[in-house]
Design a protein around this ligand. Structure first.
Ligand code: S3P
Length: 173
């Protein structure tokens, strides 16, 4: 049906949690690009941002994505800003169909407000999130084969909606 699945979406959209359910439903291995970036750098994501900056982090993300092209049987959960770099937007569909998990900016804010996401360490994180979301929304839309609104769904329901989409799609071919 698909060789891999790639999950994109804003921070707090549920990529890791939905990825875990998708992994157990499909038997595909879950890989998380943030984990691979941290491993590659030998540093945590907040430390990479603090010491080397966002641009360096994006370059590491690109390297990690390049390493995933050609692999099979993976559910790939990505960092929320993976679509910011043009090179990453080209690489994502080469790995597998891209699924955009979405929710409203306010819902996303409620989910991440107590976390230590580096890009939200500002005086007004709600406003920062809304501005970032507005910039990124068209990038997710351009990169993704499907968008699932995860706001009212459990992680399990979201994962089932993703699989149902590809089952329908496979039957139509
Ligand atoms: C980022 C999102 C984070 C992580 C990094 C940058 C972003 O991943 O990659 O902090 O630019 O939105 P999550 O979406 O898993 O929080």
């Amino acid at each position: 049906m698909f060789r891999n699945l790639v999950l994109v979406g804003f921070m707090g959209s549920g990529k890791s949690s939905v990825g875990r359910v998708l992994s157990s439903l499909t038997g595909f291995a879950l890989v998380d690009t943030d984990t691979l970036v941290a491993r590659e750098a030998g540093q945590s994501i907040p430390v990479i941002f603090q010491k080397q900056g966002e641009e360096h982090f994006r370059a590491l993300e690109t390297k990690v994505l390049q390493g995933l092209v050609g692999r099979i049987g993976l559910i790939v959960s990505t960092g929320g800003g993976v679509v910011v770099a043009e090179e990453n937007r080209k690489l994502l569909p080469q790995i597998g169909p891209v699924v955009w998990l979405d929710a409203s900016p306010e819902q996303l804010y409620q989910r991440v407000k107590h976390s230590n996401r580096p890009l939200l360490q500002t005086a007004d994180p709600r406003r920062t999130l809304k501005e970032l979301y507005a910039k990124r929304e068209p990038l997710y839309a351009g990169a993704a084969a499907i968008r699932i609104d995860s706001a009212t769904l459990t992680h399990r329901q979201t994962a089932e909606a993703v699989l149902a989409h590809f089952q329908r799609h496979a039957q139509q071919q």
